[in-house]
Write a protein that binds this ligand. Structure first.
Ligand SMILES: *[C@@H]1O[C@H](CO)[C@@H](O)[C@H](O)[C@H]1NC(C)=O
Ligand SMILES: *[C@@H]1O[C@H](CO)[C@@H](O)[C@H](O)[C@H]1NC(C)=O
Ligand SMILES: *[C@@H]1O[C@H](CO)[C@@H](O)[C@H](O)[C@H]1NC(C)=O
Ligand SMILES: *[C@@H]1O[C@H](CO)[C@@H](O)[C@H](O)[C@H]1NC(C)=O
Ligand SMILES: *[C@@H]1O[C@H](CO)[C@@H](O)[C@H](O)[C@H]1NC(C)=O
Ligand SMILES: *[C@@H]1O[C@H](CO)[C@@H](O)[C@H](O)[C@H]1NC(C)=O
Ligand SMILES: *[C@@H]1O[C@H](CO)[C@@H](O)[C@H](O)[C@H]1NC(C)=O
Length: 777
């Protein structure tokens, strides 16, 4: 490996210069010893702009080009917008940057919580308000990587502030290079106007505090903003009103003057204040050109933010070293997969997808403790947040089990702590938000147990998940629990008592989204049945769960129309468009992933089932931008039409993923969109994740080599000629022929030799009904 030893004049040459000059090789500034940044072909193919674009928030991945290590607690990003539900802090079409934000917004349809913004500036006037502090920039000056970001901020007269950013999990690291003799300052924004819904006119003024400590060269503070407070369940022990985002920003440059700013009014010399619209700033001696600031972030206290800073980026660590560490952390994960037969664009799509899948859930513990948004208190333990479980139970969780198994026990333990404080999470954005339906934490737990994950309390996990199946939410009979309903209890399985437990469907005249709930609860019951079986629970419990799981979905099947349909409590059909969540009768009528054979029977047998799949796709009903459609292309092969799965999977990948900002057709949803692509590229997908079975699709690349964490043997997937041959002629695992379209987790989890023989024309492999569709082999 090459090492570069730089002159003491280093900062004239920003890191990006070296990244461009000699990718993969970078050295240090002020420190005498030189060091290198690890080479990583995988990390070099991550394009963090993928998924930032889109014409509407729904049509965007909602991803931002942020800097943080895998599962990092705080993501740092250049701020082009004040973010709220439906707006992210960075939009690649913007022409101004307003600061550098430590954000906790986990997805575009979730709110921000406890953010802090670092804003450089020059001149006599301190510019604190968002609009006033706009810097023009050209995206040609941006360098965007997972571990390092830089941009030139235009300050007029041809002068620029060079802003550089890196981060560890709980600490942002910024370095500003100011033009000479221009009275530089750096401002920390603690509180701002907040928008709590996607209605930008509905503004509130969260409060916080700031303190300037010139002796320590620190600006510290707190921010109570939590945009999703409005949907916090009322049955929570409290309203999470102790929640704060705390920060401790420490500078490497002495303070020459300082002050606080409240709603644009500068109070020079003031060193502390509390309230809304609050910032604090420091100026530097005139000859100060290069200023480093590290910002420790905490949900516990300012003291903890300071401890996080000292633990993760101690004094004297240069930005290059922070960037090196974070790059190494990504490389350790992403280099575990190598691709052969993939173009540069394919690699960008693939490795960026991999990068996206390892961001959530994110770390929420600090120094062995965590603030719980479930009981509003600080506890000892490991904690994670950013659980979009209605999305991630499908394939993202299976991906985490394969590529971050070291995190999975902690992620489950975190959910069990939430349970002990209230209930298992549904959509945890620090605090429960009740967003989406179903208690799919049941599925996460069952899948982990069935795949042999150890390191969490299985009995407690059973207790927590079983409670979902038997204890309904409060006021279940007179509360609709519609999407984002305010002032209601923990939603869990709304409708369990009215009338799911008794009749097998959720009543559409009592609950919102009743038909989707019915199908989702049935899957969760199935997950519990499999979990109960795996843990040796009493036979009557196993049987009761299994019976409900298997019968409930078909209570919605309307023989007269051939589709699933919502029902009132009386049993009356409620209409084909009623009761769906982010989908319609087309998608949901294929949503019995735990019992596809019975679904096929209800829909007229294999031939009719495949015809209805064709009608679904050819009629434009498959909406891959939303999760209820994700498994549908994989159903063909389960009805004997393997070639159709192979065609559809390739078509969907092509139409919904690419290496541009609009390269995700729908919201990333904490990794689920990307997990679909990754599994599909490997050639299989967890249609029924709890079963531990993957359904075979069509692998995209000649050869994929996977170095699974904690496994000695490689998983090698060969599919020579895949780019031009999408059909499968034969499949072997470790030399054994596989004739059904199923790969079991244990066949590959410890490494294996998986060989696909590809073909340019449809083949009869696993497709006994092929001839019925007039295809030649
Ligand atoms: C980014 O900004 C453009 C231009 O204002 C807008 O059309 C687009 O919807 C924004 N993107 C997202 C994801 O909000
Ligand atoms: C976008 O998503 C929101 C929230 O799910 C939904 O209310 C809205 O109808 C969607 N809009 C479009 C254009 O799909
Ligand atoms: C960069 O800026 C140029 C000019 O404003 C614009 O045309 C281009 O789309 C931008 N690139 C991205 C990735 O947004
Ligand atoms: C603003 O939001 C609050 C909380 O949801 C709500 O009570 C209030 O009615 C909203 N006001 C407007 C003008 O939308
Ligand atoms: C902030 O100051 C502006 C005037 O600059 C005033 O119109 C506005 O009401 C103030 N806002 C708050 C929340 O104090
Ligand atoms: C539902 O019933 C409970 C218990 O009777 C009552 O306290 C609550 O106010 C009711 N809620 C609504 C929305 O009617
Ligand atoms: C279902 O319930 C709703 C709400 O009570 C009612 O308006 C509708 O007429 C019912 N449908 C049937 C078919 O009974």
């Amino acid at each position: 490996m090459l090492l570069l030893v730089l002159q003491p004049t280093w900062p004239r040459f920003p890191l990006s210069y070296w990244l461009i000059l000699a990718p993969g090789i970078v050295s240090a500034s002020k420190c005498p010893a030189s060091f290198s940044i690890p080479k990583s072909d995988a990390v070099d193919h991550v394009n963090p702009l993928i998924g930032n674009g889109g014409d509407t928030p729904n049509g965007s991945g909602g991803m931002i080009p942020s800097t943080a290590p895998p599962f990092g607690m705080t993501r740092w990003v250049a701020q082009t917008h004040e973010n709220y539900v439906s707006v992210t802090p960075y939009n690649h079409t913007a022409t101004t940057i307003h600061g550098f934000q430590g954000t906790h917004q986990p997805a575009i349809w979730m709110g921000e919580s406890g953010q802090v913004v670092v804003v450089p500036g020059i001149g006599d006037d301190i510019k604190s308000k968002f609009a006033d502090r706009a810097f023009g920039f050209s995206n040609s000056t941006e360098v965007i990587t997972p571990s390092y970001y830089r941009v030139d901020l235009d300050v007029g007269n041809g002068d620029v502030i060079l802003a550089e950013q890196s981060a560890t999990s709980r600490v942002g690291h910024l370095r500003f290079t100011f033009p000479t003799g221009k009275d530089a300052y750096v401002l920390l924004e603690a509180t701002r106007p907040s928008v709590i819904t996607s209605t930008p006119t509905n503004v509130t003024y969260p409060t916080g505090s700031v303190t300037v400590d010139p002796a320590r060269r620190e600006i510290t503070g707190a921010n109570s903003e939590r945009q999703d407070w409005i949907i916090t369940p009322t049955s929570s022990a409290t309203s999470a009103d102790h929640f704060r985002g705390y920060f401790c920003a420490r500078f490497d440059t002495p303070f020459a003057a300082w002050g606080v700013v409240q709603n644009g009014s500068v109070h020079a010399g003031a060193d502390t204040d509390t309230g809304s619209l609050l910032s604090a700033y420091t100026r530097f001696a005139e000859d100060a050109r290069i200023v480093n600031v590290r910002v420790g972030v905490s949900f516990i206290s300012v003291e903890q933010a300071r401890r996080n800073l000292d633990a993760e980026i101690p004094d004297g660590v240069p930005l290059e070293e922070t960037a090196r560490q974070t790059r190494a952390a990504w490389a350790e994960k992403l280099d575990r997969i190598t691709l052969e037969g993939a173009s540069k664009a394919d690699k960008e799509v693939f490795y960026t997808a991999f990068f996206h899948t390892l961001q959530y859930p994110y770390e929420q513990d600090e120094g062995g403790y965590y603030y719980s948004g479930y009981d509003n208190d600080v506890h000892k333990g490991e904690s994670y947040t950013g659980y979009s479980i209605w999305d991630t139970f499908r394939a993202e969780w299976a991906w985490l089990i394969m590529f971050s198994p070291e995190r999975v026990p902690g992620m489950i333990t975190s959910m069990l702590q939430d349970y002990q404080e209230v209930r298992l999470p549904m959509w945890k954005n620090i605090v429960e938000t009740n967003i989406m339906v179903g208690t799919h934490a049941d599925s996460l737990i069952a899948e982990a147990v069935i795949k042999g994950v150890e390191g969490f309390n299985r009995e407690l996990a059973w207790e927590a998940a079983y409670k979902d199946a038997i204890i309904p939410p409060e006021n279940d009979w007179n509360t609709s629990y519609f999407d984002r309903e305010e002032n209601v209890g923990y939603e869990v399985r709304a409708g369990l008592s009215s009338v799911y437990a008794e009749k097998g469907w959720v009543a559409d005249d009592v609950h919102s989204e009743s038909a989707s709930r019915t199908l989702d609860y049935a899957y969760d019951d199935y997950a519990l049945y499999r979990l109960a079986e795996a843990l040796g629970k009493p036979a009557n419990i196993v049987t009761a769960l299994r019976d409900r799981a298997m019968s409930a979905p078909f209570t919605l099947f309307n023989e007269a129309t051939g589709f699933m349909e919502a029902r009132n409590a009386s049993g009356a059909w409620a209409g084909e468009d009623a009761g769906w969540t982010e989908g319609d009768k087309w998608a949901y009528s294929f949503d019995v992933v735990h019992d596809v054979p019975t679904l096929v029977r209800h829909r007229g047998g294999n031939v009719n089932f495949v015809r209805s799949l064709d009608e679904h796709f050819d009629g434009g009903h498959n909406d891959h931008s939303n999760e209820p459609s994700h498994h549908i292309p994989y159903l063909y092969v389960l009805a004997g039409a393997a070639s159709r799965t192979q065609e559809r999977v390739r078509e969907i990948a092509k139409a919904n993923y690419n290496n541009t900002p609009t390269g995700l057709s729908g919201n990333e949803d904490c990794g689920q969109m990307s997990a679909w692509y990754l599994f599909s590229a490997l050639g299989f997908y967890p249609v029924d994740p709890v079963s531990g079975e993957y359904v075979v699709g069509s692998p995209f690349f000649d050869k994929v080599t996977l170095n699974l964490p904690g496994r000695e043997k490689l998983l090698v997937i060969t599919a020579q000629g895949a780019a031009s041959a999408k059909y499968i002629r034969a499949l072997t695992i470790n030399g054994q022929a596989v004739i059904s379209p199923i790969i079991r987790h244990e066949q590959i989890a410890a490494g294996a030799d998986v060989r696909f023989e590809m073909s340019a024309v449809p083949e009869s492999w696993s497709g006994m009904y092929l001839n019925l569709f007039g295809e030649s082999c």
